[in-house]
Design a protein around this ligand. Structure first.
Ligand code: GDP
Ligand code: MG
Length: 424
């Protein structure tokens, strides 16, 4: 039995979905343990390009059971849409290969409304939410004001529970934001509709994983977003509202005893960041546009142009440390092939001093990147499949990063497609 985790080291969008799809073939389960429909994990296979939001990236492999753990924000509407989208494109999805934890909470329409209303109220102070209701959802969960998916199956007083919560929510919707309150009839129908559609998928996934553990089966845990968006360790308040770190796996997956043998951290060969918040190595102008174009850096969920810049070794080293990563998959190396010189943010300058350690979040605005340049390789590397066939300059770049972040780079991805990678 071997359990592994695939986690983001940077701000998200490092290529987690792509690497999960690549490596999950030797696992029995792929489990999402946090986050929700704000994720956008892209997988490119023979049937085309797929953007997954809630469904784990193991769904394209036969024989794998995909699980949404109790830590996930399950929006039944988006989830069902995603199931239909996959089925319409010929992907097999059903209760045999997709299971939802009965202990996961339901993300309701009011969560999305409140998310949008609050971003609207904040105007230029907004957090850059994807408006999927994630922050209101997790706040409510902490307040014990959510409904568990298992209640759709077992709670005889389900509608009363929902009615109580709706009454409380409407106080905020109409009282605070002066919005239209939601009617109980609407929510009641909504519940009936998704109960019918999703009931076959809901079960005690914790029990399933415990049994799998006893039988020596293997689990791959799939994170959403990256280290710097972790609620506790990230660039608060420009984080997400859940814990993206591997250390949250035993809590959010449903397998409290989870032992993780390998934590594979995904690092992008340059930096990208979607939404608001400090981003020290950010580029602007034509350099940024060129990199964004080459890397096709537009959000998989929102289509928003991603902010881009050179790789940030200060932030990446911190990401590796807080994830406790045991090895790294470096993605999108092919996207740097056009550069004569490759910029690397090696340190920050803060108040006239150079620093190596990632500082307290509010100090990031005062940090300036210290950039060094490495030689580019100026060759197409997207067809390279062996370490020894990489140009010397590319090897030097990889080895430099490896040394700086103190973690072995085991996989190098040079394209979107499943087989476009090098294993060292
Ligand atoms: P995730 O959220 O971490 O799963 O990453 P996203 O899917 O949001 O963004 C990563 C993007 O980069 C996707 O469009 C991937 O298809 C693409 N991608 C991943 N690895 C590579 C690579 O090595 N080279 C290139 N050119 N694209 C890649
Ligand atoms: Mg993404």
């Amino acid at each position: 039995m071997k359990n592994s985790a695939i986690v983001g080291i940077n701000w998200g969008d490092e290529g987690k979905g792509r690497i999960v799809d690549l490596l999950c073939g030797s696992y029995d389960f792929v489990v999402r343990y946090q986050g929700g429909g704000n994720a956008g994990h892209t997988v490119v296979i023979e049937q085309g390009k797929f953007a997954l939001h809630l469904i784990p990236s193991g769904i394209f492999h036969k024989g794998i059971i995909n699980i949404l753990g109790n830590g996930v924000a399950v929006d039944p509407e988006s989830l069902y849409e995603e199931i239909e989208m996959l089925r319409n494109r010929g992907i097999d999805v059903g209760p045999h290969n997709l299971k939802i934890s009965d202990r996961a909470s339901i993300l309701f329409p009011w969560h999305k409304m409140l998310d949008a209303l609050e971003e609207e109220r904040l105007k230029d102070k907004k957090y850059g939410s994807t408006k999927q209701g994630i922050a209101p959802f997790y706040s409510d969960k902490y307040q014990k004001k959510t409904v568990l998916l298992g209640e759709l199956l077992y709670n005889k007083n389900l509608k009363e529970h929902v009615k109580d919560i709706l009454e409380w929510k409407n106080l905020t919707l109409s009282g605070v934001y002066k919005a239209e309150p939601l009617s109980f009839e609407y929510i009641s129908k909504w519940i009936d509709e998704y109960k019918e559609k999703l009931a076959p998928y809901i079960c005690d996934t914790g029990k399933l994983l415990k049994q799998a553990e006893k039988e020596g089966k293997s689990v791959l845990f799939e994170a959403q977003l990256g280290s710097l968006r972790d609620l506790d360790y990230g660039i608060y308040p420009y984080t997400t509202s859940s814990n993206t770190l591997a250390s949250y796996i035993p809590l959010g997956s449903g397998l409290a005893s989870a032992k993780i043998d390998e934590i594979i951290g995904i690092v992008k060969a340059y930096s990208t960041c979607v939404g608001e918040g400090p981003f020290v190595s950010e580029w602007f102008g034509p350099d940024a546009e060129k990199l964004r174009e080459v890397g096709m850096e537009y959000g998989a969920k929102t289509g928003r142009p991603r902010r881009v810049g050179p790789i940030d070794l200060v932030a990446t080293r911190y990401g590796v440390e807080v994830q406790n990563a045991t090895c790294i998959a470096l993605t999108k190396l092919d996207c740097l092939s056009y550069m004569d010189k490759i910029p690397v943010c090696v340190r920050y300058e803060l108040n006239g001093k150079e620093i190596n350690d990632f500082p307290f979040p509010s100090l990031l605005d005062e940090c300036k990147p210290v950039i060094e340049y490495m030689d580019g390789w100026k060759k197409d590397i997207s067809k390279v499949r062996r370490w020894f066939d990489l140009p010397e300059e590319a090897k030097k770049y990889i080895l430099y990063i490896e040394k700086a972040i103190g973690c072995p780079i085991k996989y190098i991805s040079v394209g979107q497609e499943r087989n476009a990678y090098i294993e060292r």
